[in-house]
Design a protein around this ligand. Structure first.
Ligand SMILES: O=C(O)c1ccccc1NCC(=O)[C@H](O)[C@H](O)COP(=O)(O)O
Length: 232
């Protein structure tokens, strides 16, 4: 009896531990259903569609609509936009069944709040990090968003505000925490993702060019390798 009570107390005292397999992965910039299938089969939690004409990963609203139909329940469909106005967002949200909006431009906290209220969808805001001075923005946006995307800051004059395959110094965010869930992004690959998770404590990662064989061309093997490496 004594030992049974002791065992039960020990079990109760154990805090729930998040194992490496619980790491959530978002594969961003998908434009072919075979690649969505590969991401889903490998255990992706989120798939992202890019609506940004300058991007090699850009999809039309009709394309995204049919890609979204191939995503099984339980995998979140994310629309990525850059400084989109209401007219564009209205069209995307009306046509594509979505679980989240990702704002990847210079949207202000006020605009983020407006988008959240207008569409009633969870909003993730990307914040570019290059050095210590970029960190206060994460606190500011953390007050209005549902999730933060902690991404590498694009180089000056870059065509794309994200998806550049560049990392930032992960030591900058080691042991930092924000009041909302967050994803680590920027230059993650099957080779470095485990170290990035270990150094930053990220529980979610977002990857685009690190699982491509050429800009905009996803590689199913790299998708599987990346997700396996992230989940330990
Ligand atoms: O991926 C794009 O082409 C893109 C275009 C415009 C804005 C954002 C874009 N990508 C944002 C993402 O969510 C990427 O997954 C994130 O920046 C990481 O990219 P990468 O370093 O290529 O893994």
């Amino acid at each position: 009896m004594f030992w049974r009570c002791l065992r039960m107390a020990a079990r109760r005292a154990k805090p729930p531990v998040m194992g490496p397999k619980d790491i959530r992965v978002k594969i961003c910039g998908l434009s072919e259903s075979a690649h969505i299938d590969a991401a889903v089969a490998a255990g992706a939690t989120y798939v992202g569609f890019v609506f940004f004409p300058k991007s090699p990963r850009n999809v039309s609203i009709q394309q995204a609509r049919s890609l979204a139909a191939a995503v099984p329940p339980g995998v979140a469909k994310v629309a990525l936009v850059v400084n989109a106005d209401d007219a564009l967002l209205d069209q995307i949200v009306a046509a594509v069944p979505l679980d989240m909006l990702q704002l990847h431009g210079s949207e202000t906290p006020e605009r983020v709040a407006e988008v959240k209220a207008r569409y009633g969808l969870p909003v993730m805001k990307a914040v570019g990090v290059a050095d210590e001075s970029d960190l206060p923005q994460l606190v500011e946006y953390g007050r209005v968003v549902d999730q933060l995307l902690v991404d590498a800051k694009p180089p000056k004059g870059a065509d794309l505000p994200g998806g550049n395959g560049l990392s930032f110094d992960w030591r900058l965010i080691a042991n930092r925490r924000w009041p909302v869930p967050w994803m680590l992004a920027g230059g993650l690959t099957p080779e470095n993702v485990a170290l990035a998770i270990q150094m930053t404590g990220a529980k979610q990662v977002d990857v685009s060019s690190g699982v491509e064989s050429a800009p905009g061309v996803k590689d199913p093997d790299l998708i599987a390798k990346l997700i396996a490496a992230a989940k330990g």
